[in-house]
Write a protein that binds this ligand. Structure first.
Ligand code: AMP
Length: 401
C-alpha cells in the first residue's frame, strides 16, 4: 500500500510517501515556517533528486496543497495522480483518554479529536489542521490517526497514577500518558530483531533523545513506564522544556514574575531546559561545542542533561529488575558520542560498560556500542516513526474492511 504520512506541527509539516510492501520511502520533505516569512518546501525523491521551493505558504491547507501538488508534479513528483495515494497516516500527539489505538478518521472521530485539544493545547490543534486540510483535498482517501500515546496505554496503574486525588483522574483523565510512542515502539522492535530474541522475552530501555526527549522501560514488548507524563513537559531536561522540577517552583516563579497560567505554561515549555540553563541555545550541537571551548553554563547544561538521563536509566533497571538492552535514538541519541558516554559513565555496578571505540559509531547507523563484557547491551538505532505510522495506517485500513 502507498501511504502518505503527515506530521503537522505549529509551523511545519513533514511528509513521507511510503510503499509499505517494500518499506521504501518514495519521497519525503518538509514545509517549514508556515505563516512566517521565508516559507520553504524541501522535497527529496528516492533517486536523490531534490528541490527547494520558496513560496508564501500562509496556512496548513496551503502547505498540504503544495505537498500534494509536488507529489504529482511531472518534474519532481513520484505519482501520476493523487489516486495513487491509497491512504494518509497522520501523526497525532495526544489521544487523551479517548483513543487506545490508531483510528480511522470519520466524523465522530474528528469531533472527539477536538475534545482532546485540552490535553495538548500546543500540539493537537496543528495536528487537527493537517487532518482537515488532507480531508479537504483527499475526501475519498482513508485518513488514519496514529497517536504518540498509544504505545504507553498498557502501563500499570501504579506507574501512570499521580499522587493527587483520584477523582481528578476520573473527572479529567489526569494520568501519565507518555509520548514518542511510535519511536519507542520502533526501536524496541528493531533491537529485538537485531539481537534475534523475541521482544516478549526482553527488558529494554529506549532513550529517545532529541529536542524533545523521553525514556521508556519496555518489558515483554509493553511500555511499563515512561518519563513524559500527562504532557510532554515531564521527565528529562529538554531543548526548551524543564522536565522534572519541584511543582512548587511553578507557584514561586509565577508569583515572582507575575505570570498568568498561559504565560507560565509557555515559560516552562519554551524558555527552560538547555536553552534556559545555558543562556545560549536549545541545540545540543551548540551546547557541546560551547562547553568544549570552556563556556561554563553550557557545560552545566550538558552535565544536568546527562545526569537526568542516567537517573532514569538507573531507575528503569530497578523498575524491570534488570535490563537486557539500552537503545539510543533521536537526533542527540543517534549522534552524540559525548552524551551517550556521559549518561552511561560509572554504571558498571549495574552491568553497563560502553566500548569507547564502538561509541564513536558512524552517525545514524545501527550500531552495538557496548563492550563485549557488558552485561547490558547498548545500541544506537535510528528511529523511523514514519514507517510505524505507515504500517499502522495500513493495518487499520485492512482491519476496517
Ligand atoms: P531531533 O529533535 O530528534 O531532530 O534532535 C535534535 C537535536 O539533536 C538537537 O539538539 C541537535 O543539536 C541534536 N544533534 C543533532 N546532531 C548532533 C550531533 N552530531 N551531536 C550532538 N547533538 C546533535
Amino acid at each position: 500500500m502507498k501511504v502518505l504520512t503527515l506530521n503537522s506541527g505549529s509551523s511545519s509539516v513533514k511528509y513521507q510517501f511510503i510503499d509499505t510492501s517494500t518499506r521504501t520511502v518514495l519521497c519525503k520533505g518538509l514545509v517549514d515556517r508556515i505563516g512566517i516569512s521565508g516559507t520553504s518546501l524541501t522535497h527529496k525523491r528516492h533517486d536523490g533528486h531534490q528541490v527547494v521551493i520558496t513560496d508564501s505558504i500562509v496556512d496548513h491547507q496551503t502547505a498540504i496543497n503544495c505537498i500534494l501538488d509536488i507529489l504529482v508534479d511531472q518534474k519532481h513528483g513520484v505519482a501520476k495522480n493523487l489516486s495513487e495515494i491509497e491512504a494518509v497516516g497522520h501523526r497525532l500527539v495526544h489521544a487523551g483518554a479517548a483513543f487506545k489505538q490508531s483510528v480511522l478518521i470519520n466524523e465522530a472521530v474528528r469531533n472527539k479529536l477536538y475534545e482532546c485539544i485540552e490535553f495538548a493545547p500546543l500540539h493537537n490543534p496543528p495536528n487537527i489542521k493537517g487532518i482537515e486540510a488532507s480531508l479537504n483535498r483527499l475526501s475519498a482517501t482513508p485518513n488514519v490517526g496514529v497517536f504518540d500515546t498509544t504505545f504507553h496505554v498498557n502501563m500499570p496503574d501504579y506507574a501512570y497514577t499521580y499522587g493527587i486525588p483520584y477523582s481528578y483522574y476520573e473527572k479529567y483523565g489526569i494520568r501519565r500518558y507518555g509520548f514518542h510512542g511510535t519511536s519507542h515502539y520502533y526501536v524496541a522492535n528493531r533491537a529485538a530483531e537485531i539481537v534475534g530474541t523475541p521482544l516478549e522475552e526482553l527488558k529494554i530501555i529506549t532513550c529517545h533523545l532529541g529536542n524533545g526527549s523521553s525514556i521508556t522501560a519496555v518489558q515483554g514488548g509493553i511500555s511499563v513506564d515512561t518519563s513524559m507524563g500527562f504532557t510532554p513537559l515531564e521527565g528529562l531536561v529538554m531543548g526548551t522544556r524543564c522536565g522534572d522540577i519541584d511543582p512548587g517552583l511553578i507557584f514561586t516563579i509565577a508569583d515572582r514574575e507575575n505570570f498568568s497560567v498561559d504565560q507560565a505554561n509557555a515559560f516552562f515549555n519554551k524558555q527552560c531546559g538547555m536553552k534556559g540553563l545555558s543562556g545560549l541555545s536549545s541545540d545540543m550541537r551548540e551546547i557541546e561545542s560551547a562547553a568544549a571551548s570552556g563556556h561554563q553554563r553550557a557545560q552545566l547544561a550538558l552535565d544536568v542533561f546527562c545526569y537526568r538521563v542516567k537517573k532514569y536509566i538507573s531507575a528503569y533497571i530497578g523498575v524491570m529488575n534488570g535490563a537486557d538492552l539500552i537503545v539510543f535514538t533521536g537526533g542527540i541519541g543517534e549522534n552524540s558520542t559525548l552524551v551517550r558516554e556521559k549518561s552511561l559513565s560509572n554504571l558498571d555496578n549495574l552491568g553497563i560498560r560502553l566500548d569507547p571505540e564502538r561509541n564513536k559509531c558512524i552517525r545514524s547507523v545501527e550500531s552495538l556500542i557496548s563492550h563485549s563484557e557488558s552485561k547490558i547491551k547498548v545500541m544506537v538505532i535510528p528511529t523511523n516513526e514514519e514507517l510505524v505510522i505507515a504500517l499502522e495506517t495500513e493495518r487499520i485500513i485492512k482491519n476496517s474492511h
